[in-house]
Design a protein around this ligand. Structure first.
Ligand SMILES: Cc1ncc(COP(=O)(O)O)c(C=O)c1O
Length: 362
């Protein structure tokens, strides 16, 4: 059986260092927002190439707090890709703002900048580009529209740790930018964790306040904040794994190159573009008989996933929110996409085997 992902296997190379990190934190006697958090925040800011990193409790919180700090007028509109994971949309709703869905480019699966301009109204406050599957969005035109229209940009980097466009990493383009360290991510913790990164010192200070009950000084609360603090333990584990993030990304890129070369036939593979360094958080292919292909692979001992089976506008939770608008590109992606095994725990042999089985699909 080739599993889609085995987190025990992914984390095994780090077990010895994790044990030491655990002991240090346990014996240190300080468990939330302490030295290990500060250390990881500095290291991750350095890795991304930004001035500030603020650890929070999850990727969703990183997105929500990133929006909060701008204090947009209630009901302001935020542009977001129609095929994103629901978290991006929930962060907008949690802040009392209105998500406006814009279709992706069918080749990259990322928001189509050509369609953003049409969606901008006098109520638009921000754009949230999502670097889906580990590929950076077509970011230059997005920033151009945002700058010209006076909009804020909050990158959703939950799937793009270390991804680059023209040697600039995810998290360095927008005003403040959100990461998730959910365990399956390329930089995954051993539980929930997230971070906001920014070059703006004032925003960083606001985010620090919002994550800790809206407080700068203990027991004095300036704003209606959150309890979204990062644990010392998760930070210590993240510092261990961050040292190997480039190895993890390179490993996944090597495996992706095998899929790209070996998979033949009428499967739509991810595009590879000049100037883009993709980190393949997810390696997807598309096929009109996706469900049949998934079943066939399972019968041949290969587990796959679908990211995602239901587009956000069709989720029960969001029913009625988008005026029955249709999002055909998004629906096409959701109906045809299949995510193949690709992780630090897989080796080249696994990937050759998966590719060979895919090529045998009739
Ligand atoms: C694109 C995207 N945004 C946001 C999130 C939310 O992150 P978390 O689960 O850490 O809250 C995820 C998590 O899967 C994601 O894939």
């Amino acid at each position: 059986m080739i599993e889609y992902e085995n987190l025990q296997k992914v984390n095994e190379p780090f077990f010895a260092d994790y044990r030491k990190a655990f002991t240090d934190v346990m014996q240190g006697g300080w468990y939330i927002l302490g030295k290990a958090v500060e250390k990881f925040e500095q290291e991750f800011a350095g890795y991304c190439g930004v001035r500030h990193c603020i650890g929070v409790a999850s990727g969703l919180d990183a997105l929500t707090i990133s929006l909060e700090v701008f204090r947009f007028k209630p009901g302001s509109e935020v542009i977001v890709p129609s095929n994103t994971y629901i978290a991006t949309i929930l962060s907008i709703i949690h802040c009392g703002l209105k998500p406006v869905l814009v279709e992706p480019d069918i080749k990259t699966y990322n928001i189509d900048p050509a369609k953003i301009e049409d969606a901008v109204t006098s109520k638009t406050a921000a754009i949230m580009p999502v670097h889906l599957y580990g590929k950076i969005c077509h970011i230059d035109p997005i920033m151009e529209i945002a700058n010209r229209r006076g909009l804020k940009v909050i990158e959703d980097c939950a799937q793009a740790h270390g991804s680059k466009y023209k040697s600039k990493k995810a998290g360095t383009f927008g005003h403040c930018n959100a990461f998730s360290f959910y365990p399956t991510k390329n930089l995954g913790a051993l539980g929930d964790a997230g971070a906001v990164v920014t070059d703006d010192g004032d925003l960083a200070e606001q985010i620090r306040m919002f994550r800790n009950y809206g407080s700068k000084t203990k027991y004095y609360n300036e704003v209606v904040g959150y309890n979204s603090r990062l644990d010392e333990l998760q930070s210590a584990f993240l510092s261990v794994k961050l040292k190997k993030l480039d190895d993890i990304n390179n490993h996944k890129r090597k495996l992706a190159a095998i899929y790209l070369e070996k998979i033949k036939g009428d499967f739509v593979k991810p595009v590879v573009q000049k100037d883009y360094y993709d980190t393949y958080h997810i390696f997807n292919i598309r096929h009109s008989q996706r469900d049949k292909l998934k079943k066939y692979l399972l019968e041949h001992g290969i587990k796959t996933e679908v990211h995602y089976p239901v587009p956000p506008h069709k989720q029960n939770a969001l029913k009625g929110m988008f005026n029955n608008n249709s999002y055909p590109i998004s629906e096409e992606i959701h109906a045809t996409t299949l995510s193949l095994p690709i992780s630090y725990g897989h080796d080249e042999k696994n990937i050759y085997e998966v590719a060979e089985k895919i090529n045998g699909f009739k």
